[in-house]
Design a protein around this ligand. Structure first.
Ligand SMILES: O=C(CO)[C@H](O)[C@H](O)COP(=O)(O)O
Length: 234
């Protein structure tokens, strides 16, 4: 390498975040332990209010129960309107990261500040039709950007192809303005889309059905996802 050549890019660490939405809630403790033993990096917890998204899921009580079972970081994704009303409750329940949707509140800046005040890492999520320009206004306040690759509300949906372009654009914004901020992708991640999402710039891949579904078991599914990304590397 001579002085004018850029150093080779450092490979980004891949983080897998199983989404509890696809877990068997009757065996939640076992599912969490299996995810941790299988090499998950975070546990993604989908909170839905039947208002911001057309589905209901879980609240702080379940987050508190998860906290007692796993030492993995709890990555709490609030798909709820006016999330600032519940940030304190989720922080108290043991969330490590709380992500709010840019579309869910007229007070996004306040909500992100409130998360930080609670001593929790802050994330901002963007629906598939939300312009990435909102990032310019809040990037200094966040530790994680979540690019939704489905319309939020349900697991098991098909990955929206345009998300790859959005991931590449979000990666460029983060690298230029806030290196170290994580880029997460959520929705339709499987052995086929995981390598493409990672190579488009995602650090954290959220996967529900691909981890907790199928016959192979959680550890096998996590390994398969990781190997799919590594194969595409080589
Ligand atoms: O946020 C979500 C839905 O709003 C889920 O995390 C997401 O859809 C993951 O599920 P799958 O991997 O089955 O697509």
């Amino acid at each position: 390498m001579n002085d004018t050549q850029a150093p080779p890019p450092v490979a980004r660490a891949l983080k897998l975040a199983p989404s509890l939405l696809a877990a068997d809630f009757a065996r939640l403790g076992d599912e969490l332990r299996a995810a941790e033993a299988g090499g998950a990096d975070l546990i993604h917890v989908d909170v839905m209010d039947g208002h911001f998204v057309p589905n209901l899921s879980l609240g702080p009580l379940i987050v508190e129960a998860c906290r007692r079972v796993t030492s993995l970081p709890l990555d709490v994704h609030l798909m709820i309107s006016s999330p600032e009303r519940y940030i304190g409750a989720f922080a108290e329940a043991g969330a490590d990261i709380i992500t709010v949707h840019a579309e869910a509140t007229p007070h996004l800046h306040r909500a992100l500040g409130l998360i930080r005040e609670c001593g929790v890492q802050a994330g901002v999520a963007l629906n598939p039709a939300t312009p990435l320009t909102v990032l310019n206004e809040v990037l200094a306040l966040v530790d994680l950007v979540l690019v939704m690759s489905v319309n939020p509300g349900f697991g098991g949906q098909t990955f929206i192809e345009g998300s790859l372009r959005r991931l590449r654009a979000a990666r460029a914004i983060i690298d230029a303005q806030r290196p170290g901020c994580l880029l997460e992708v959520d929705g339709g991640i499987n052995h086929e889309t995981a390598p493409r999402a990672y190579h488009a710039g995602a650090d954290v891949l959220v996967a529900g059905s691909a981890v907790f579904g199928g016959e192979g078991g959680v550890a096998h599914n996590l390994t398969a996802l990781r190997e799919a990304v590594q194969r595409a590397d080589g």
